[in-house]
Ligand binder design. Sequence first.
Ligand code: ADP
Ligand code: MG
Length: 717
Amino acid sequence: MPLTPSYLRSRELLATPLEQIRGVGPRILEKLRRLGLSTVEDALYTLPFRYEDRRQIRKIAELRNGLREVFCGEILASGEAVTPRSRKKIFEVIVGDGSGRLSLKWFHYRKEWMTKRFSVGQKAVFIGEVKFFGPMREVHHPDVEPLGEGGGGCDPASADPLSFGRILPIYPLTEGLNQKGVRKIWKDLVDRFAPVAVSPIPPRFLGARRLIPLGEALQQVHWPDGQTSLEDLEAGRDSARRTLVYDEFFFLELGLALKRRGIVLEKGIPFQVTHRYTKPLAELLPYRLTDAQRRVLGEIKRDLMAPHPMHRLLQGDVGSGKTIVALMSALLAIENETQVAVVAPTEILVDQHFLQFAHWLSALGLKAAVLKGSTTAKARRQTLEDIRSGAVNLVVGTHAVLQEGVEFKRLGLGIIDEQHRFGVRQRGVLRHKGEGPHILVMTATPIPRTLSLTLYGDLALSVIDQLPPGRTPVETRIIEEKNRSQAYALIDRELAAGRQAYVVYPLVEDSEKSDLKAASEGAEFLQKTIFAGRVVGLLHGRMKSDEKEGVMAAFNRGEIDVLVSTTVIEVGVDVPNATVMMIEHGERFGLAQLHQLRGRVGRGAEKSYCLLMRSLQCSAEGSRRLQVMTETNDGFRIAEADLEIRGPGEFLGTRQSGVPDFRVANLLRDGRILEEAREDAFSVAQNPEFLRGDDFADLRQALQDRWGNRLELASIG
Ligand code: ADP
Ligand code: MG
């Protein structure tokens, strides 16, 4: 399949090693290497992180107070001085340009170097914030660019074009490389190589999205012409940068689109909707489904009836009622003589799901089983046999369900709850436990749309954007350590009204005291002193599975008033009578975790409270997180704030989260472009010729060039 000569040439030239570039000596090469740059392409994509407007050089007499200005002048005097008041040494340089004079000051410097650099008579350009002190004008720590001998002086028309008369790029390289030197190398590279850069994205898209050809964009982003304002450049709104971002996103989305297409082309099990179990269940339920649940269920049904496997992400805030949607979907699968696997990340959550699923299934004359790491060998053998023979309609379990040896008679639907706790690979494992089973993954971590498009871009998305009726929003308060008694008073009041409370301890990082110890000491303290007349329970991750079950069940039945725990209760636990969530050292938790924890209360019609304890050592960032919690109950808003505070890399905790590293794009800033690129890429991938046609050869090659195997991360395996 032939590539077009222009794309071939572009690939070849951009891959040129930097050592073959004139002007890049071994010393600089070594530095560039350390920055991870080895080819021309690496360098072209090392973009200015800001720009400086040097179109106008001001006369010293016309400088304005408080602004960053560019001016040019001759050094009239220079030397070390002592400040009159604090008697500190400074280095001072007096500069004049005929219109006036001004003093440059350095408070940190190396004297020898400064003396050599600022000799009387030397001309230079200076950039810095001008300060007026009465009649005195000063600039502290200016940027200085000396002008060479006979370099045209300060006349912008004849000055060095690498330094003046235009908007200049400032590169993110420092350490022994000066801006001027870097600028010169980059200018040569850009002049020579940017014009040959070609992106095979169909030109019709560029027109529609107001973008420019790639080569032009690379030139403009390094050396903007006079058309673009400094403001637009700094905000990344200029057409050059938008083009590069679009280009990057386009190929990512093209990869995701192909994956999605791969799934869609697979053979699945088309279900029929018989209502045999779903209708009776709807009649048994003590409530009506919300409109959002109904809509989402409709989307799922449509997928299940298609001849290809469903691959859908169900997103819904904590408490939005995802479980019942999962149950309804499961019944559809069972109506079609297939089995269902439900996978959840923790044993507590598995137990809870099992209770619920088993309850409704047995009411319908169906059979559910549970499979956990702690299941005894004997019970496990029996369960595996029941799954294999088809005696069991649905199995709920932890990772244990994904292990080898768990074989289904006919798996029709796999459900993964709290997807964000799993790697992406589990989806693939589940898929291979049947012949094209439908897959539904659920998450309560509301992922900002831009992030979910990159992370789960190969999944169809359903959102439950409505809570069941009758919930009052949880009231959230930050409580200082010294006001601790207020928290206890509030809990006491709720307990007196017949409600229950959680007290959660964070993971302790330093090994002096484990979170387990903190929690068990906390429980003991509360039981002996504050809540002596009540039942205080303890739950932590190192308890045996049946102990945990016992404690949760007792709390569920209302036999425990205050449940002290480590973060094991974070996900999915559902006890509507609990109305207080007290979180010790609230500042040590991430926003997503705090939101999950708070989601454990506010599940009934009663008013609920979330008390965030803040200790004295709380950092500014910690405080900001707590503040966000008091400002909103909306998981999406919280997720956006989280993404802003932490950035996408850390947002999901691990590097394996599947968020690719972008060279140019920024998920926070470029969401709109991502959506445009996605729409266009998906329309290309839908073309039946895409995988074979000669017209698409460049696009296919570019996809390989840009992302190669890195896209595997987001893959469904
Ligand atoms: P999540 O989406 O966090 O998994 P759950 O499925 O655990 O939420 O549901 C939270 C609570 O809301 C449960 O107690 C559930 O019984 C209840 N619930 C779910 N749907 C409705 C509804 N339509 N009307 C009233 N309560 C509902
Ligand atoms: Mg849930």
